[in-house]
Each structure stands twice: as structure tokens, then as C-alpha cells.
Design a protein around this ligand. Sequence first.
Ligand code: BTN
Length: 274
Amino acid sequence: MTDRQPPDPADAPLRVDLLRAGLRGVALGNPLIYLPAVDSTNTYAAALARNGASEGALVTTDHQTAGRGRAGRVWKPLPNQQLILSFVLRPTFPPHFLVMASALAVAGAIEATTPLQAEIKWPNDVLIGGRKVCGVLIETSDGVAILGMGLNANGSLAGDAELAARATTLAAATGHPIAREELAIALIRRLDTLYGELRDGGAEAQRDLRERWRARLVTLGRQTTIRQSAHAQPQDAPPIEAIEGLAVDVNSDGALLLRRDDGQLVTITWGDVE
Ligand code: BTN
């Protein structure tokens, strides 16, 4: 007899063997590069891409020590608890469709593997009960897109009151541990399907995907503040920090259409919704 306990599945390293088995025959996630720890999977994947990595290559880790969020923010690590994924892609369609596909894949995977209902906040944050569980960072350069996703599966953010007010984990929302491998397989398979539709389906597939994404946006119909931090501002953008208005719709490119109090309709292509 031994008093050693089996490892807590919610705190164990990712079972890469299960992941590979579940992704057999799937283009995205092949090859799959697992690193126990890395600064940022997006940075690592970008270096691989520069060295000719094939489309679909996936970098994943159990501990991201310098994870990057949008607008120069830090992505908080929860070692052995999150899904940290960065794909090397060479999309033949405009990258904003990746924004939509990634959010739809994450929301669908959460709903297929948990009893939770996921929401999409423009452009691609995935929320549970109004709190963020997944963020996406897409970085494009020279025809390559690095699609990075951070999904809070297990663990808790309760130790960080400021973060816990606006973010959560799937385990906290369901009350039980999440099998990260099952979630990852569901997510990557969905993303692979949507990516294939976009690649092969032309304008009709793009319209269809945009409609599915639009139908899930919780942002529409709400009074909204958009913050555009100076750090993330494109060089040619005017120095605007916050824009308020009613989020009335999205256009064909996925930009948010905001009706300001003075009646003016403004098109928002980037920024954070509050
Ligand atoms: C955001 O909501 O601000 C985007 C967060 C994106 C985090 C992911 S984790 C995997 C990939 N590697 C990174 O350094 N960032 C992205």
C-alpha cells in the first residue's frame, strides 16, 4: 500500500499523447510542439514561422512566463491550468475572419464540453456570465498569421480581486475540474473546420461565418464604451481614448458600428469594449 495520491487532473501537465491522438487527421495542430514552459507561445510560433514552419503548426505549453495580451497587456499565467495555444497560419482570406472563427471555435468547444453558455464580446473575447475566460491575440506579418489563444480552464482567479471582477475560469464557473485535453481537441477540431470553410468556401463561406459570429455577439444593442489605449494605437489613428455609444451592428469586415449620443455613426475597427 502507498499513501501517494494520483495527481489532481486539474493540476497535471497536459497529456500531449491524448491531444495528438484526438487530433489525428486534423490539419490544425499538426505538427504539435509542446514545451513545458516558454515565454510566449506566440513569440515562439512566430520564430518557427520565420524558419518555414508549415501551416497548422501548433505551439502549446503548461506555463507561459511572459504571455502577451492585446494592447500591450500581460496575459496572466495559471501554470498547468490554462489552454495556451498558438497556431502558425497562412490565411488566403482577410485576417479579420480569423477573429470571428477563433471566437466561434472557443465558444462552441466550451458549450460542447461543459454545461456552460458562452458569449462573444466584440471582437473575440469569450465570456461566461459576463466574465472573460478566453482571449485571442492574432499577429500578422508577411502573409503569416500567428493565432494565439489563452483559455482559463482550471484554477481560480480569486487571489487577484481586480482580475476576478472581470475574468473567470471554466472550473470556477462549473464547480468542477475541466479535462483540458478534451476541451483542446473540441476547440482545435472546430477551428480546423471553420478555417477549411474560409479557405475553400470563398465569399459565401465568409458571409456565413460572419453571420454566425454576429448572431452571438453580446455587444450588439448595448450602450458601450470603447477604449483605444495609446499603446495599441495604429500610427495613423487619431488620438482618441474612449468612444461611447450604442453598438448597433457590425459591418462586413467585422468592424463595430457605434451610434454616438449626437447621432453620428462611427466605425470602430479596434479597441476594447467596456
Ligand atoms: C487578450 O485578450 O488580450 C489576448 C490574450 C492572448 C493570450 C494568448 S495565450 C497564447 C498566446 N501567447 C501569447 O503570448 N498570447 C497569446
